[in-house]
Design a protein around this ligand. Sequence first.
Ligand SMILES: *Cc1c(COP(=O)(O)O)cnc(C)c1O
Length: 381
Amino acid sequence: MAQVSEATRAKVADEIRFDILQGVPEGENDLKRSQIARTFICLPHHILPVPTKEMYSYALQASLGDDISSALEAHIAKITGKRGGSFHAIRPPYTVLCDYRAHIFKYEAGGAGFHSGAAVTPVIPSNGHHLTLDDVQANMVYGPEIAYAPTEVIALENTLNGTIIPQDEVIAISEFAHSKGIKMHLDGARIWHVAAETGISLKELVEPFDTVSLCFSKGLGAPIGSCLVGTKEYITRARRIRKLFGGGMRQTGLLSGSVAYALTYHFPLLPRVHALAHKLEKSLEDIGVTILSPAETCMIFYDAGSIGTTYDEIAERGAALPEPLFLGGSRLVLHIQTTEAAVSDFTKLIATIAEEKRKTGFVKPEVKVNGHQDVYVRRAH
Ligand SMILES: *Cc1c(COP(=O)(O)O)cnc(C)c1O
């Protein structure tokens, strides 16, 4: 091999170098954190809150390598009570029945069909709030009719748009599903909020389900995303499929350490977030704003039209405040880094706009809120 000069090596290293601490203006992270504290937008692909310095320094103290990740997996298995049992592979043709507002139906780029060959039966809850056993029975597909793909999985989401499914209903659906040999899956990305709000243990909440996905990066604010729990055979198969998709991970100690921090120090903050959401809802109602979906946990959906304005106007005026607010459409998401000041500034902005509209002759129309509608109204772009 020809001798490689130092200069050549340096040139290669120079090309590869990506020192992100070079050229970052001082205070940029602090600015980002202060903006997050005033941000109410959380699109399905946005993540709030952001990881904290405390979280990262805690995670740094965790042991290296994958031990901590194995310990985390064991802990999640313990608090969800999911292990053992048998797994039946499900193959097309089949359908997954879910709420028509479900994340797996709307916000995963059609992933159910792509990844597993499943067709989805999206169901509109007849009570406008959550799927009931009646809804499920009315929309299930079974029997010998070959024109239909049979329902093999019922996937519930809790919370859904921040609302909680009554546990009695979950149990009723699950007992019925299991009596027909149908699997129950829980999209529990935000199940932490249900546990925090209702005081029901995680184990009890997920007991009616065969498989559960949990997300650490939504309400809990850890980096990266989700964790899947289920029977041992199911998880072995899921690991294999993860590998197949190129999703295997190594040296995850720092991530798992951040999750441990979030479970320990962020989970207990959720009741404060819910209380703040309730306070915001009450203030909006006092101003005369129509609430489209109530603050049961950390989200509120509201109707800008009910005070004669638009989401665009609200977002623009929020952005123009001396201390800006970051707003989207009808959906307001509060999180552990949302400040009281952000909520009261938003409330003041809404009150000001409502007053202006009243002065120019706006009268709130008599509209019946149709709980069935998809309350997620985006801003125009
Ligand atoms: C974010 C979210 C998901 C997806 O979680 P990932 O971490 O992106 O896999 C699924 N369901 C709900 C309800 C979510 O909010």
